[in-house]
Design a binder for this molecule. Structure first.
Ligand SMILES: Cc1cc2nc3c(=O)[nH]c(=O)nc-3n(C[C@H](O)[C@H](O)[C@H](O)COP(=O)(O)OP(=O)(O)OC[C@H]3O[C@@H](n4cnc5c(N)ncnc54)[C@H](O)[C@@H]3O)c2cc1C
Length: 496
């Protein structure tokens, strides 16, 4: 690599490269902010690894959302004369060598990135640090995806928390009511700043890994033949901030409204939080403002929403404290003994939303058509699959990853292990959701079911939850009372 002190007069003294991942925004981006502050010349890079993404189960929706958000971010950075390079590899294993090559080529002095926590991401990042250490380029990983670094909050005996409520309590005690002040966007650089960095086409000519961002997910072919459902979601930082602002006007009603899938009572910020178009601190700041600057108290709506943000934080920490959950293993090892059903027929009917249980079918069709599902329904369908159909939670977890526009390993794995009673602080195995009671309680008029199951549109509010035999709509795939009993027996007999 060229010696730094051999740079010509007028050349930038310190050149920083920010490696963007699921943090696709300009505002309140810790790595970008720190690089902006400490470097005279600044560029960004994104690395696509479709083979690894596929092996992690990422589907078209989440990948399309990510790539489109990235395109908008590239435009935003370009307005500030900051280039964003796009590197395409197939797997994480190739990242260290390729990144070292690009870092060398760009004559970079420091690489910054926001930390990611699932096991494979951590291994990749350690390997990158080692590869860059070999060429004397320091790497700085910043805390950004979470409010505090995972692993930093422990019980009195020094272990990671396994239960949410004490985790939340400890978090609030530690943090107090100090605000999370979002960081500013990187400053706009003069036009001459562009001269410090080669055009990507020049890099491409020398290193055929660098390319322009693919325009469509079809072009990218992440899941061949998959459908691209996310067109209805506006992408990018501005769209995410609009969702946040809209929700600030409804947050006071969150506690009363959040459980009803027919009402837009939740924020729908999950796709933006997961690709990083919106930061967790921006969300917390908004909610704290609505709650007189406190985590608990004043507005029950804001307080409850802050709690949900801490569930997100809890699951991110869990992945670091208990990495076995990243190895396709249940948190509770004894649940490996469950004799899971291998019925392909049942699984396919569940995926397609053709179980004959209306609320389950409406929920699965919402997922298949929009790439998103209401939280209450995620719990209902996950319980139905793992308890009533006794199908392995990992199959449901994977199907969700493939379909969700907000697919996130930590939250998804946490949610599935919670519903399947295989996880920590999970629903007790003897508390099996009854989909019919859930339907009557949370979709009393049946409007949500009607929106997604047109076959039942003409039924009254009384009949729609558990319809009489009907031409064109399947009979229930199982008897929920008997299957509930079977699941409880299975779990009760597990040997610890
Ligand atoms: C089986 C199952 C699978 C799930 N898979 C995912 C997933 O892949 N990605 C994902 O982001 N969430 C997942 N969740 C959590 C939750 O359902 C979604 O975060 C929520 O429905 C998103 O809608 P919202 O943004 O309107 O949420 P809001 O109610 O407005 O909540 C605000 C934010 O808090 C976080 N949050 C809320 N509830 C939870 C929770 N239970 N666990 C973790 N974080 C939470 C999310 O980031 C959410 O965007 C899953 C839950 C279950 C039961």
């Amino acid at each position: 690599m060229a010696e730094k002190n051999s740079r010509s007069a007028g050349a930038p003294k310190r050149r920083g490269l920010v490696w963007l991942r699921n943090d696709l925004r300009c505002a309140d981006n810790t790595a970008l902010y720190r690089a902006d502050k400490s470097c005279d010349a600044l560029a960004a890079i994104f690395i696509a690894c479709p083979q690894t993404w596929r092996s992690h189960g990422d589907g078209d929706n989440v990948v399309a959302f990510r790539l489109r958000s990235l395109q908008l971010l590239q435009d935003e950075l370009a307005k500030r004369n900051i280039p964003l390079y796009f590197l395409e590899l197939s797997s994480f294993e190739q990242v260290p060598a390729a990144l070292a090559q690009v870092v060398h080529k760009l004559d970079v002095d420091v690489l910054l990135a926001n930390a990611e926590y699932p096991l494979n991401e951590q291994k990749r990042d350690q390997a990158v640090r080692a590869a860059l250490t070999d060429i004397a380029v320091p790497v700085e990983y910043c805390t950004d995806r979470t409010l505090i670094p995972p692993g930093s909050l422990t019980t009195n005996s020094g272990d990671g928390f396994k239960v949410f409520t004490p985790f939340k309590r400890a978090f609030i005690v530690r943090h107090g009511d100090a605000p999370f002040d979002p960081l500013p966007t990187p400053r706009a650089r003069p036009d001459t700043h562009r001269d410090f960095w080669p055009e990507w086409q020049v890099l491409e000519a020398e290193n055929n890994l660098v390319r322009s961002i693919p325009k469509t997910v079809g072009d990218y072919d992440v899941v061949p033949g998959g459908t691209d459902n996310v067109l209805e979601w506006p992408v990018g930082e501005a769209a995410g901030l609009r969702y946040l602002e809209d929700f600030s006007t409804k947050i006071a009603d969150y506690l009363e409204q959040r459980d009803f899938p027919g009402i837009e009572g939740t924020s729908r910020l999950s796709p933006y939080l997961n690709c990083g178009a919106v930061s967790i601190r921006q969300c917390v700041q908004m909610a704290l403002e609505e709650n007189s600057g406190r985590w608990v108290g004043k507005s029950e709506g804001a307080g409850t929403w802050l709690s949900e943000l801490l569930w997100r934080e809890f699951y991110q920490h869990l992945v670091v404290n208990f990495p076995r959950v990243c190895r396709n293993q249940p948190f509770k090892p004894e649940t490996e003994q469950v004799p899971w059903s291998r019925s392909e027929h049942d699984f396919e009917r569940w995926c397609a939303g053709e179980t004959g249980v209306p609320i389950v079918d409406a929920a699965m069709r919402q997922l298949n058509q929009t790439g998103w599902m209401h939280n209450r329904l995620r719990m209902v369908v996950a319980s139905f699959l793992t308890k009533n159909l006794l199908i392995d939670w990992r199959r449901g977890e994977r199907y969700f990853m493939q379909q969700l526009v907000d697919a996130d390993f930590a939250a998804n794995n946490g949610g599935w292990q919670w519903a399947a009673s295989t996880g920590t602080d999970a629903v007790p195995y003897f508390r099996v959701f009854n989909p019919y009671s859930q339907s009557k309680k949370f979709d009393a008029e049946g409007d949500f079911i009607r929106a997604y199951v047109p076959e039942l549109a003409k039924l009254s509010a009384r009949d729609i939850h558990c319809p009489p035999p009907l031409q064109g709509y399947p009979q229930p795939i199982c008897n929920v009372t008997d299957s509930r009993k079977r699941a409880i027996e299975v779990f009760a007999n597990l040997k610890s």
